[in-house]
Design a protein around this ligand. Structure first.
Ligand code: BGP
Length: 476
């Protein structure tokens, strides 16, 4: 797609469009301490980001078993294949490969698990899309080294990535370096393995950590190309268009400033240097970073494509008295024109078209929608004696968002593919619930840990299958 053969927009999904779904290791695998796996930050986050981390693992952490993908991957991948997936985005658990993060040698048993997953995907002709780090920093790197505040993390991440490229590079073409890299600003522990409470972190600490991640991302982008020719590496951004709450220029400028907070990550990944507005922010706020000459050179290894998650847009206001929105980790205020999900995430299909136009015009790099979907409380019912979920609300949500992807393609954006978030029910990242379900496949497991772990197809399963087989023509 991004090899210069792009043909201009026709208003339809292009040939070879990568339809599929996405998950992350810590939210599906379980087997949190078997196969030689070490602990990750997720093992001390039983309630997600809603409460502070625990000292060690606790049995109430649903992620210890999650949906048992570690043992049921073959069954799950067969279901993805039945839907016609062209691609499956999954992450590799860093602590399964390097249990402590700073180990000299990798854990063979961990690597062997991903070999088996890749074998299964290959068997079904599903192209893997691998996230190297998805909210699962090894706990030792967080607790002993301070996570990404420490420059030593670059070396640990590089060693880990090198092992992945050497082992899987001949079978994996598409790589993402860090999931939602811009979320470090808002969730330093989840996103950056930084154990210091956010209130005690200076902005310098935070931006220094971000700098280390950006350098690491660029260095492994170079490494991927050296070790696995033909590899394509993308950044991954939490996308959230920012609308001014009113036409007041103050609100417009505030919205611009908030948007810059996320644009910066794409700008650096795509252009290889810090943008002027961020340098100004550093100057104005007395933020002085340790940026070496080598770092500047490394950053020039820019990405092949830009991937992103999209769940909602946000409104922004200069009025400090305005109400902050619920369920939104990125700041901003509720948009009075939009409805919200049961978790308060405001639903805005057109925002997806807006953000895709924005990114395409700004960076001129192929785009990949690698997360999108709606978390809802599904109810299992029996239809003709078969357990299912009548999730018309999910079908509506996804239809409306995919129509906007098609619009963005018609607007001229080059789009590589679309992987819905949580194609099978997973443990949620922010609240660590199983009742916040995203999947086309229902997993019988409840928030209290009860359930058979059986899989059932929801109504949306057949719907998505038809969307894929028609290459989007059945969207309405
Ligand atoms: C993104 C994360 C995912 C995923 C998704 C939905 O921020 O990359 O890991 O979980 O959001 O969020 P949640 O699970 O909190 O509903």
């Amino acid at each position: 797609m991004s090899n210069g053969t792009f043909t201009p927009a026709t208003g339809a999904f292009p040939e070879g469009f990568l339809w599929g779904g996405a998950t992350a290791a810590n939210q599906v695998e379980g087997a949190f301490n078997s196969g030689g796996k070490g602990l990750s930050i997720q093992d001390v986050m039983p309630q997600g980001i809603t409460t502070p981390p625990t000292e060690g693992p606790t049995p109430d952490n649903l992620k210890q078993v999650a949906i048992d993908f570690y043992n049921r991957y073959a069954e799950d991948i067969a279901l993805f294949a039945e839907m016609g997936f062209k691609t499956y985005r999954f992450s590799i658990a860093w602590s399964r490969v390097f249990p402590n993060g700073d180990d000299e040698a990798p854990n063979e048993e961990g690597l062997a698990f991903y070999d088996r997953v890749l074998d299964e995907l290959q068997k079904h002709g599903i192209e893997p899309l691998v996230t190297i780090s998805h909210y699962e920093t090894p706990l030792n790197l967080a607790r002993t080294f301070g996570g990404w505040t420490n420059r030593a993390m670059i070396g640990f991440y590089e060693r880990y990535s090198r092992v992945l490229f050497e082992r899987f590079g001949s079978r994996v073409k598409y790589w993402l370096t860090f999931n939602e890299i811009n979320s470090v600003l808002h969730e330093p522990f989840l996103s950056g393995g930084i154990p210091t409470p956010k209130a005690e972190l200076s902005e310098t600490d935070l931006y220094q950590a971000i700098h280390h991640e950006l350098v690491a991302s660029a260095r492994v982008t170079k490494l991927a190309r050296e070790i696995a020719p033909g590899a394509q590496v993308g950044c991954m951004i939490l996308a959230m268009p920012v609308y001014p709450l009113t036409p007041s220029p103050n609100d417009v400028v505030k919205a611009m400033d908030t948007a810059h907070g996320s644009y910066a990550f794409g700008d650096i990944h795509v252009r290889g240097a810090y943008p002027g507005y961020l340098l100004r922010y550093f100057r104005d706020n007395g933020i002085a970073l340790d940026i070496t000459e080598q770092d500047r050179e490394d950053l020039l290894n820019t990405v092949d494509f830009v991937s992103f998650s999209y769940y909602m847009s946000v409104a922004e206001t200069a009025d400090p008295a305005a109400l902050k929105g619920p369920g939104n980790i990125m700041g901003g205020v509720p948009n009075p024109t939009l409805e919200a999900s049961e978790w308060g995430w405001q639903i805005d299909p057109q925002g997806l078209r807006v953000v895709m136009n924005d990114y395409w015009e700004r960076w001129q790099k192929p785009l990949f929608v690698v997360e999108n979907g709606i978390g809802a409380k599904d109810v299992l019912v029996e239809v003709d004696g078969v357990p299912t979920v009548e999730d018309d609300y999910r079908i509506d949500y996804m239809n409306d968002h995919l129509v906007q992807v098609r619009e963005a393609i018609a607007d001229g954006a080059e789009v590589m593919g679309y992987t819905s978030w949580g194609c099978i029910d997973v443990v949620s990242a922010s609240t660590a619930q199983l009742s916040k379900r995203y999947g086309f496949i229902y997993v019988d497991r409840n928030d209290d840990g009860t359930g058979t772990l059986n899989r059932y197809k929801k109504k949306s399963f057949e719907w998505y299958k038809n969307v894929i087989s028609s290459n989007g023509a059945t969207l309405s």
